[in-house]
Design a protein around this ligand. Structure first.
Ligand code: MIG
Length: 771
């Protein structure tokens, strides 16, 4: 056990050659291909399993976007300081040195070491005895030894003060150093905590911050994989995978923003959403009839709490059969949708992949006849497990034909009036034990097994849903998914699955959403108020405050927990709830502008402070504050009973929102935060587009814009289009450059103007100043 590699992994270098941006190195026992994608991204590929990358995360257009940024490659043979023969591959930014033995070390262009392989055997500081391991195993735990003997490995030295961010939706704080994780999409209904190794998504992308340089590592491999982030030994971090290739993208850039930009060049940017999707949504697993849904919808209007949708959880289906409608409880098809849409609500419905096995049910008939389901390992029978509808089959989403078939039924839903689709249970979840690893499915034409496909099941399902909706409706689809992989951000928004009504889950929301954003998932959210167990007036109030800048902004709760609409918690909660949902709408144009910019930069709306203030150590693991873009700092209260918040304000001048108190940063302050107040600060030099008094987005956009400005003025760009379709790609949008000068006078420059997009009837300035 444990002898995964010694001082020599692949033997000495026998020969090597560079052609264009590709260098092939032949070792005694292995080949390696190094591809320079651009000056800041280098791929090291060791074809242990297949000759081609078989990437699900990086599609052709992504690859072209990244490689179009250009590179200059130089390669040479050297003897390094240890007397090892080595091949040096340099770009204008990075130098990669591959040595005898098969080690790949990255340096900055000025010769400083960034990331070197650890050349000894792993030395777990904590070793478990056999009996301890058996005990843990019996309880269903994974144990350290399962990680050591893997065919795919990469162990890298890290500095003792190196910070490690990323990995998508793990239940953990920003800096993940000293923890271990697994990538294996998992639906675990118990209360998640920071010792959890895996949740619903697998995003094997790390952002590593050294004192003087930040870089990224993306391990593109869909098999079950593991990260030990200096937990077993502070000198290194270790990656391993059950199978597949070592397919490592080293992502340079030097700072977090540049690394995120580079990573999302490679795996894709979150596309611009429809404006209404960024609004408020209400949901509950347990709105089980027309009456239920209508009452909730009406109550939101009556109480003047903006709301875009009351979403449909699984009960709207007939016996949980996907793509059917439960007429008994929800009336004739289309009727309820029509009534809701007359009141300005959009229709958002859940779908599950598990397809009921039942003679006569069209999905079952079509799927079996055409061989669209996963097969048992013998390749003969369709694989059967159980989910909500009982015995079920699993669509083989890795095939284009199956995705198109699924998509044709997605079209039935949108034809019926559905505006957005929520993909659940796509880890995939199963009630009769996990799917065996040898269940057979496909990666397009190639037959493979669930071992390879598991982590991309949700990715492919999202792709199927997104592509159908895009093509059929011509609108910018909102697909919300629970499970996914790196790159799924091109197709889906995400939520973090089944959290609970617990204070630690409210607190964890901040690093979770910031981390998803750092991994390209710019549209993300958690179940506000907590999904499982019972919320309280105080918890729900603090939750709606803390979530009020989220790009996916939805209250959701589980069957069996107490209902979680704000009015269930009394008058005071309603007041606070209304205030913060309205505040979200005040800043909606700013969120939308950030999403517009994100399409080029890949930078999320909700950001950890370290992304904006990388030189400030106080931000490195600051988990109870976040930035919205680069202008707004938000510091929610996330503990019960707390009415004073310790706020860290980085260097500079800040203005408290909404009263305009001027505060010098570069220090911690204690801020009064009674239950109805969440501290928010706006950076000096800001101009922020806001709306006033809108009740919900609907189809008609507000025609009045208010530029919230800090004293002394500032600048911003603002984007306005239809808010729904792709017409902006054909020039149908207005792009404004606003500049507010020292006297508070507006200078307006219209960069792009379209006849098809209405101008604002009024653009006003609101200077955030204490009066
Ligand atoms: O087994 O559809 O995470 O949001 O309400 C539970 C019912 C299935 C899990 C989702 C949750 C949803 C619930 N689903």
């Amino acid at each position: 056990m444990g002898e995964i590699k010694g001082m020599n992994k692949y033997g000495n270098i026998k020969e090597w050659k560079t052609k264009g941006n590709e260098t092939e190195i032949i070792f005694e026992n292995q080949r390696m291909i190094v591809t320079v994608i651009n000056d800041e991204i280098i791929n090291v590929f060791v074809p242990i399993w297949s000759e081609d990358h078989r990437s699900k995360a990086i599609e052709k257009e992504d690859y072209e976007r990244a490689s179009s940024k250009g590179c200059c490659v130089e390669s040479a043979e050297k003897i390094n300081e240890f007397g090892e023969k080595s091949v040096e591959i340099s770009t204008s930014e990075i130098k990669l040195i591959i040595t005898d033995g098969g080690f790949a070390d990255f340096y900055s262009k000025d010769g400083k070491l960034i990331s070197a392989e650890y050349r000894e055997n792993r030395k777990p500081i904590k070793t478990l005895g056999i009996w301890e391991m058996e005990l843990l195993r019996a309880e269903g735990h994974t144990v350290a030894d399962t990680v050591l003997n893997k065919p795919v490995n990469d162990v890298r030295r890290i500095d003792l003060d190196e910070r490690l961010y990323g990995l998508g939706d793990k239940m953990s704080f920003l800096d993940k150093r000293s923890y271990e994780y697994e990538n294996w999409n998992t639906d675990d209904p118990s209360a998640h905590n920071e010792q959890y190794h895996s949740l619903y998504k697998s995003i094997p992308f790390l952002i590593c911050k050294k004192r003087s340089y930040t870089y990224g590592l993306f391990y593109d491999n869909t098999f079950h994989s593991y990260f030990d982030l200096a937990k077993e030994n502070p000198e290194y971090m270790a990656y391993s995978a059950e199978d597949g290739n070592l397919d490592l993208y080293f992502i340079g850039g030097g700072n977090i923003k540049k690394v995120v930009e580079n990573y999302t060049d490679l795996t894709g940017k979150t596309p611009l959403p429809q404006l209404w999707t960024l609004g408020y949504h209400q949901c509950r697993w347990g709105y089980s009839s027309t009456k239920d849904i209508m009452e909730v919808a009406d109550k939101f209007r009556e109480l003047d709490i903006p709301c875009e949708s009351v979403q449909f959880d699984i009960d709207y289906m007939d016996g949980y059969r996907v793509f059917t409608w439960n007429e008994k409880d929800y009336g004739p098809k289309g009727k309820l949708f029509k009534e809701l849409s007359e009141k300005g609500f959009k229709q958002v419905v859940i779908i599950d992949p598990g397809t009921k096995r039942e003679e006569g049910y069209f999905m079952y008939e079509e799927g079996t006849k055409n061989g669209y389901f996963f097969k048992d390992s013998d390749g003969k029978n369709d694989y059967v497990n159980a989910v909500w509808p009982g015995d079920a089959n699993y669509p083989d989403f890795g095939r284009d034909e199956v995705r198109k078939w699924w998509g044709s039924h997605v079209n039935d839903l949108t034809d019926m009036g559905v505006d957005a689709i929520w993909n659940d249970m796509n880890e995939p979840a199963s009630f009769n034990g996990p799917l065996p690893l040898d269940v057979i499915g496909h990666d397009e034409d190639r037959e493979t097994t669930h071992r390879e496909l598991h982590n991309v099941y949700g990715h492919f399902m999202s792709k199927a849903t997104y592509e159908a909706m895009k093509e059929h409706t011509g609108k910018r689809p909102l697909v919300i998914t629970r499970a996914c992989y790196s790159g799924s951000q091109k197709y889906a928004a995400v939520w973090t699955g089944d959290n609970q009504s617990l204070w630690p889950h409210l607190a964890m929301m901040i690093p979770q959403l910031c981390t998803l954003g750092m991994c390209g998932f710019s549209i993300c959210g958690v179940d506000i108020g907590g999904f499982g167990t019972d919320s309280t007036p105080e918890l729900l109030s603090r939750w709606i405050e803390a979530a009020s800048f989220a790009t996916f902004f939805r209250n959701h709760s589980a069957n069996g927990s107490i209902r979680q609409e704000p009015w269930k918690f009394g008058e005071r909660t309603v007041e606070i709830y209304r205030k913060y949902v309205k505040q979200h709408y005040t800043f909606l144009p700013y969120l939308y502008d950030l999403m517009y910019e994100e399409q080029t930069t890949g930078l999320p709306v909700m950001r950890p402070l370290v992304m904006e203030y990388e030189d400030d150590e106080n931000t490195y693991n600051l988990n109870d504050e976040f930035m919205v873009g680069d202008k707004i700092l938000v510091s929610p209260v996330v503990n019960p009973g707390e009415t004073v918040k310790k706020v860290y304000l980085p260097k500079g001048t800040w203005y408290r929102y909404p009263d305009g108190e001027k505060i010098d940063g570069g220090r911690y302050i204690l801020e009064d935060a009674p239950l109805d107040y969440m501290p928010v600060y706006i950076k000096e030099g800001s101009v922020i587009p806001t709306y006033k008094d809108i009740s919900f987005v609907g189809e008609k956009l507000p025609d009045k814009l208010i530029l919230l400005t800090t004293p002394g003025g500032g600048k911003c760009n603002h984007f306005k289009d239809s808010g729904t379709d792709y017409s902006y790609k054909k020039g149908k949008y207005n792009l404004y450059e606003f500049e507010v000068d020292r006297e508070g006078k507006l200078n307006l420059n219209i960069v792009n103007e379209s006849q098809d997009v209405e101008q604002y009837s009024e653009i006003a300035i609101n200077i955030l100043k204490k009066t």
